[in-house]
Design a protein. Sequence first.
Lengths: 126, 332
Amino acid sequence: MSGQPLRIMVIDDENIVGKRLKPALEKTGDIVETFMEGETALARFEQEPFDIVVTDIRMEKIDGIEILEQILATSQRTKVIIITGYATVEIAREALSKGAFDFIAKPFKPADLRAIIERASKELRS
Amino acid sequence: MTILEKLKKISHKEPGIRHFCIQTIRFKKFLENARGLLDLFDDGSEKVLGEYIFDRHYVVSLIDSVVERLGMMVYDACVLVPKSGEGLYAAYDEHKFTAGNLINANGSGKSGSIALDTSGSLEPEYQLLSDVLQWFNGKDTPDEPTVMGFMKQIFLSVIQFDAIGGLEAMDVVKTRTRALLGNSGVAASDMGIYLVDLWKDAQALPKEKRSINDFNSIPLKHLLMDISGIDAKDRLNRMNKGINWVAAVSEYQLSLNSLKPDFQFRLETLASGYEQSDFIFIFADKSAILDKILPAGFHIESTDYGQFAWNLDMSAKNIEDSLMIIGRSLLS
């Protein structure tokens, strides 16, 4: 898939995250879809898998861990990156043990997330 | 004889010294909390520039942290100056109320004085963070007091008292120490500095005598590093001037206080080698020419009462060089 744009899904119940991440990640030509609810995002994933899923860990209906499990159950090749808040490093570790590719703590710079996505992209291509 | 051996220790049996140590240690905590507040402000200021992605939870956490730190600072001030408690806690309650309003305002732009961006709108999280920073360090008015303004008020409460009550405590230290030194036949220090072991003398009253070698303080060594070459004539002059300083020390800490009635000067420093926590803080008379005493890089703020100066996040080399320059300026 070298040269092909990545398909990236962003899930966060805080509107500002998707709103700011989408243009930042699209700058490099990748295709980005944003969701504020886990259920809608999973339904979309069922229709069409994504290369990379970036999801917040704390959301009301379905949390990031559940999303991680369902995504990997559907598509093992998908790289899931977890967004954590301040005091959720322990949960992030749990996510890693369950197969998450990496995690990033809020607040973060889009460039920091981009660096993780590039690592994930290399693994997808190898 | 090394430079440290030229300093004279104070008896740790004196209750006045224990009180002095406790006050000094509490003042350190007070500075730590003030610094924590400045760090929070810096963090928020960095995030609001637009480069970061954050959510409302971050801003609410920031507000909670500011309120918590401010409360710790007020508590420290009340321990140092009990009579200031009522006024400071009343002002603190107002800030807690403001913080609650900010959170409940949902980032809708409580403060009309905040400029909107060119598109005419700010995202709610950015608006809320802007409001928080305005509360922290905007224009300080009686109707909308800022956290920074309150911090200055707390500082002045502590420093003003310290300059009176603190000096009285040090006078006790000085008088009793002179008596003790006189009884033991020890001559006055030729460096004009008395030493107090911050932790040992504050926490326990050991009966055994301790050697001057027990005082192992990295910042004090830095302070004295550049004045070891003073010639005999100068030393004699200094001896004639008597005891001018009390230095409360631990391995990584130094609290240097002037005993001269006509020269208020207080230096607090932590030189642990951990850059994120090391600092130098100074309070001095309005008459002190800090530009000549301090090396470059210090933030200096003048008030009606005196001058504050500080340098934060200092590398080990920077602390060493700075203390050496300050020591040379003050003690040579």
